[in-house]
Design a binder for this molecule. Structure first.
Ligand SMILES: O=P(O)(O)OC[C@H]1O[C@H](OP(=O)(O)OP(=O)(O)O)[C@H](O)[C@@H]1O
Ligand SMILES: O=C(O)c1cc(=O)[nH]c(=O)[nH]1
Length: 183
């Protein structure tokens, strides 16, 4: 079984929760009959290894300097991709975008070893409205990073892609929700 197939199996077995009533509250405030708890996979040795490999393969030929996104969902994805990139002798640095600038110390909103002018991909576990990934992309762009695109493990196909493209960013989902659910 290839990495994508195995990841799909893990999502079906572990991450996808479905109800006949809209019991899941989303980040946008909307209620949903299903929820993708991808942290059960991104924060897992096999899941992290597979995701790191899949994303590294997706981005390596664009020669990005770094990969990162909005904490918390993006963090294990960025770290896994960075570790796999190093093993493959093509290091891509991870970075973290805080939800708000740090209130003391450095006052930074972007943590990591990135510098203005570097090329980056923004990563995300789930895209619904894309509010979170666009926040990360805009903070990164304002810092001076060049955004090569936004990558999500799962796109819920609820307008996120349109919102991302409206802002002028490319979007590369690994899966669309229609591969898991008929809605
Ligand atoms: O496309 P959107 O409408 O923005 O929704 C998707 C976002 O919601 C979840 O994060 P959440 O807001 O639960 O925050 P967390 O990562 O801090 O848990 C998920 O990890 C995405 O970041
Ligand atoms: O929209 C969200 O907040 C959201 C949906 C989902 O399926 N999974 C998740 O982690 N967040």
């Amino acid at each position: 079984m290839d990495y994508r197939e195995r990841l799909k199996e893990m999502i079906n077995e572990r991450a996808l929760k479905v109800s006949d009533r809209p019991i899941f509250k989303l980040s946008s405030g909307k209620m949903s009959t299903y929820y993708m708890d991808l942290r059960t996979i991104t924060l897992d040795p096999e899941g992290g290894f597979i995701i790191g490999n899949l994303i590294f393969e997706m981005i390596k030929d664009r020669n990005p300097d770094a990969v990162g996104g909005l904490t918390l969902g993006a963090d294990p994805i960025s770290y896994a991709t960075a570790l796999i990139s190093y093993i493959n002798r093509k290091p891509i640095k991870p970075f973290v975008v805080r939800k708000e600038p740090k209130g003391h110390g450095t006052g930074k909103q972007i943590e990591g070893n990135v510098k203005p002018g570097e090329k980056v991909f923004i990563v995300e576990d789930v895209v619904t409205t894309a509010g979170s990934s666009l926040k990360a992309a805009k903070v990164a762009r304002d810092f001076g990073l060049e955004i090569l695109g936004i990558i999500a493990i799962v796109d819920r196909e609820e307008g996120g892609e349109e919102n991302i493209r409206k802002e002028g960013f490319d979007f590369f989902p690994v899966f669309k929700i229609s591969e898991f659910l008929n809605r």
